[in-house]
Ligand binder design. Structure first.
Ligand code: CDP
Length: 760
């Protein structure tokens, strides 16, 4: 029996039955006959009933679909068996039969995310669903699709019978029969709000741990406590198996972390080559005490398959990555032949959406003027704010004689595997969140990547054949990079993390003792607690009602607070529109030349509101939503990003549903239009949430924030740029040449004073 058949024990497989039917004796098995008998009885009945004709067609369609799924599944078996992880299947199963925790490392593309859940599905202990967390929704969805294909199943919401599902922010596509569920880290944390024991799962696979997002660090802490609790008999009764997967992580640190204090050894578990034992706590021999002797963490290393990659550096450093990348793309395209059966696509890493969109446009412009006999170019952007369907386009095969140019942020570093890539272009930068404790402000900065990120990026060129990596920096520049990327928890605003912890039962006094893989600085924890106090999400006695509502939104506490305030001030629908637009980067297209800027400004004038950017966003969202003819044309006319607006509409819909389910919005009000917005009420809500981002006009014409007394200027992209107003509230802090507030509204100083007074 092949391993696949082994995996699928107990799952009736029609294609296999069909094969056995064709064998001399196998074809007469009663089970098959009865299924055929049922089919012919139906056929007889259907002849008499025109109504059932549809049923018959549906039946045929279903059969056709199922045959198609099984053919695809069988075709994928070969490539699956060739994955580096395949020979480790039995070791992985054995490790988890013996121990509850397995730390698994293997290069990107070795098959961890797609195969591990399938290896475990038919294990005795696995009676429930397997959850696999992902840092990004694009990976969660594409993995679910791929694993469904490999299992010969539909996926997501295609059918209630689908065995593979996913759950990402604003989109849940999993049902009662889901056995394998890919979900973003944020969604698993959301689920833990309702069910802290994760009782619907038999196993949690935490993937991409090396990315060290705040969410992954929180999940690791919660799971560590949960596993320890299960072992001590304090938590759920059935075992919870945990697999920690990583492309590069420090295995020892993870093993030490899970080998933490207070876990029980499992009776009957024998030592084996995987096990790491720990002797921290010894049995104190009291009769009723559980035996605290050692914990069990298995480790498994999957060797990657990597072809040689040539590295090419720039002779001189550059800041114009778009220009340099463009040159390299055309150099590759014109010099390196594109063969039908060989990978030849380009994966280009850029810092963010703005640079990606600029390069996409340039590639398309230049490609239009290429000779007819040169193969075509297909530029495909990939960044977090891209609508789902657009993100998924990178996975589709390019038409014949076409080279794919994938323009991505660090999403493509380890999270997604796109086949066909042979050339990598790495600008050496990424946008990262950085929190300035002293200022209490968080901003997104373009920063050099680490050596380990650069190595990951280069590796993407050598997955299927030998490749080339063009680094848009010098060799000296590479040598100066930090060895590793600093975990997010050490450099971000922790207020959302702390709220997440407290909403899941961690007491305020225990926040500092939470098991963090890398404990954040105390100053950052204190700052975050202070911010939550300002928001009214916590009080001296712990989480408040407002706080528990905010924690249910997959948003920053600030935006959550704005929504909760809006429900009280009866302007929630309008505020949902604004918040949805704030969740998306760059609703308005940005232009470099003055001429184009002026043109765009003229076209958008009817959307501008004197109160500032937030009401302008509201007008934009509402006009777009009301547009009944062609939204794309409407966007072109107003220099608005259609892509961004599609995303806004998606988020808006989900936020309305969420607010309805939380009782903040009545079901009947979600479809109605709101009438004229009430600017004053809306601005009050924004001030309440963004209280740390309020600033007052000073006599010298500058603005100074009310809470931290920091100087801030109105960003040039604001409709209020160059205007003076007694006070402002801004939704984003950007630090470039100086401190800017982006997304700015004009407010009255006495409104801000009143809210500050109420808080203190
Ligand atoms: O998790 P890891 O990076 O180790 O590998 P994986 O995501 O399981 O990918 C293993 C292989 O599955 C890739 O090399 C691709 O050939 C394929 N795959 C795919 O075709 N589509 C996806 N969405 C994910 C993986």
């Amino acid at each position: 029996m092949s391993r696949l058949e082994d995996l699928e024990k107990g799952q009736p497989d029609r294609s296999k039955r069909k094969r056995s039917e064709q064998q001399p004796n196998g074809g007469k098995r009663p089970r098959i006959e009865s299924s055929q008998a049922h089919h012919s009885a139906q056929t007889h009945h259907e002849r008499r009933s025109g109504q059932n004709e549809n049923g018959r067609q549906n039946g045929r369609q279903n059969q056709g679909q199922s045959n198609h799924l099984h053919r695809r599944r069988d075709a994928l078996l070969g490539p699956r068996k060739a994955l580096p992880i395949w020979p480790h299947a039995e070791d992985i199963r054995a490790a988890l039969r013996q121990n509850n925790v397995l730390v698994l490392t293997g290069e990107t593309g070795s098959g961890k995310s797609t195969q591990v859940p399938q290896f475990l599905l038919n294990e005795k202990w696995c009676s429930k669903c397997i959850a696999i967390t992902q840092p990004r929704r694009v990976a969660a969805i594409s993995l679910a699709r791929r694993v469904a294909e490999e299992m010969g199943s539909l996926f997501g919401s295609q059918s209630p019978a689908a065995k593979v599902g996913y759950s990402v922010r604003f989109d849940n596509a999993a049902g009662p029969n889901t056995k394998v569920k890919f979900l973003t880290e944020g969604m698993l944390l959301q689920e833990m709000l309702k069910d802290s024991e994760l009782s619907q799962y038999s196993a949690i696979v935490v993937d991409e741990v090396h990315e060290r997002s705040v969410n992954v660090d929180l999940i690791l802490g919660f799971i560590r406590n949960l596993v320890a609790g299960v072992a001590q008999g304090k938590r759920r009764k059935d075992p919870l198996k945990v697999v920690i997967m990583s492309a590069t992580a420090d295995v020892d640190a993870l093993v030490r972390f899970f080998d933490g204090e207070g876990q029980l050894s499992e009776p009957g578990a024998s030592d084996d080559g995987f096990e790491r034992s720990w002797s921290g706590i010894s049995d104190d021999s009291e009769a009723n005490q559980p035996t605290l002797s050692k914990t069990r963490v298995s480790t498994c290393i999957v060797e990657g398959r990597q072809y040689p990659v040539r590295t090419v550096y720039l002779p001189e450093p550059t800041d114009d990555w778009v220009e340099s990348a463009l040159k390299v793309i055309f150099q590759i395209h014109l010099k390196e032949p594109l063969a039908e059966d060989k990978p030849g696509d380009v994966l280009c890493f850029l810092p963010g959406q703005d640079t990606i969109e600029a390069l996409e446009k340039l590639v398309n412009d230049y490609a239009q003027h290429m000779d007819k006999d040169i193969p075509k170019l297909l530029a495909l952007p990939l960044f977090a704010a891209l609508p789902q369907h657009a993100q998924q386009r990178i996975f589709t095969k390019a038409p014949p004689r076409t080279r794919k140019i994938i323009l991505a942020t660090n999403i493509a570093e380890t999270s997604v595997t796109v086949s066909g890539v042979r050339y990598v272009i790495d600008c050496g930068k990424s946008k990262i969140k950085q929190f300035r404790n002293r200022l209490g402000l968080e901003s997104l900065l373009v920063k050099p990547i680490s050596k380990s990120a650069a190595i990951q990026r280069r590796g993407r060129a050598g997955r299927e054949t030998e490749g080339t990596c063009y680094r848009l920096y010098t060799e000296e520049g590479y040598k100066r990079l930090d060895e590793r990327t600093m975990p997010e928890i050490l450099r971000c605003d922790l207020s959302q993390a702390i709220l997440t912890m407290m909403a899941r039962g961690v007491q305020m006094q225990d926040v500092r003792n939470f098991p963090f893989l890398d404990p954040p600085p105390r100053e950052a924890l204190d700052k975050a607690l202070h911010q939550l106090l300002l928001l009214g999400a916590i009080s001296e006695s712990g989480l408040t009602d407002v706080g528990s509502k905010i924690a249910k939104f997959p948003l920053s506490p600030t935006l959550g607070r704005v929504l909760v305030e809006a429900a009280q001030k009866d302007c929630l629908l309008d505020v949902i529109d604004i918040v949805s637009a704030l969740c998306v980067e760059n609703v308005f297209l940005d232009f470099k030349t003055e001429e184009r800027k002026e043109e765009a400004e003229g076209a958008r004038r009817e959307l501008f509101r004197r109160e500032g950017d937030h009401l302008t966003l509201l007008a934009t969202v509402q006009r777009y939503a009301e547009e009944r003819t062609d939204r794309k044309i409407w966007c072109e006319r107003h220099f608005v990003s259609h892509r961004a607006m599609q995303n806004v509409m998606d988020i808006r819909k989900q936020l309305k549903q969420l607010c309805t389910s939380l009782g903040l919005l009545s079901a009947s009000s979600t479809d109605s239009t709101t009438g004229s917005p009430r600017p004053e009420a809306i601005l009050h809500c924004l001030i309440r949430g963004f209280i740390s981002n309020t600033a007052q006009l000073m006599p010298d014409g500058s603005y100074r924030t009310l809470i931290s007394r920091q100087i801030v200027a109105i960003h040039p992209s604001s409709v209020l740029a160059g205007k003076k107003t007694e006070a402002i509230v801004f939704s984003e802090f950007v630090f470039t040449t100086k401190a800017w507030g982006r997304g700015v509204s004009a407010v009255q100083l006495n409104w801000v004073d009143k809210i500050v007074e109420d808080i203190s």
